[in-house]
Design a protein around this ligand. Sequence first.
Ligand SMILES: [Zn+2]
Length: 217
Amino acid sequence: MFSIERYVTLAGILPFVKGPTGVYDTSDMPGSITFFTGPMACGKTLELVRHLQIHSEQRIPTICLRPATDTRSEKVQSRSGLCYEGLTIPESDLDAIRRVTEEYDVIGIDEVQFFPPGVVPILLDAVRHGKRLLVAGIDTDFRGEAFPITAALLSLPETDVQRTRAVCSVCREHNATRTQRLRNGTPVRRDDPTVVVDDNPSVITYEPRCIEHHVIL
Ligand SMILES: [Zn+2]
């Protein structure tokens, strides 16, 4: 049902919802989990950063976690250049992840596919406590198979799935649903490791591709 209070909040007219002490208070609100996903280069990190910024601009305690496995940058950075300061965290440090979800109201996670599925119960607890979770990551690996944590997130009834497509590097149609891995320009075999860390970027490259042009040898 339409609610003017909700509308003005969404429109950014009200700076934030104040609790009894004047501090932002989520204790009586249901939490939410939004999952920005799709293949590489579909704009999911751009959406994550945009949502993080509109919350932090209104002084809502906001943080974004990024996995230590991803050594490319210290920031959560979209291809467009828009970026947000991230907290790099070892993916297996579940205690640290839980503490962050307790201390902040809006919690972003970038490159979620690198995290273990054991993070999901922590995220569900946070949703029960009124937290807003903004999660971004690739849905499937180079084989087109779901990462364990993305499979778990997609199967949750609470997850608002924002799935988008990229432009296929072969046919140039806006229909790419998959991420192609190439080694020296050639598609890799199915038995290639799921995650390649610290490999020479000129040897391993990735491209968004549609199902017709996605190749596994
Ligand atoms: Zn194509």
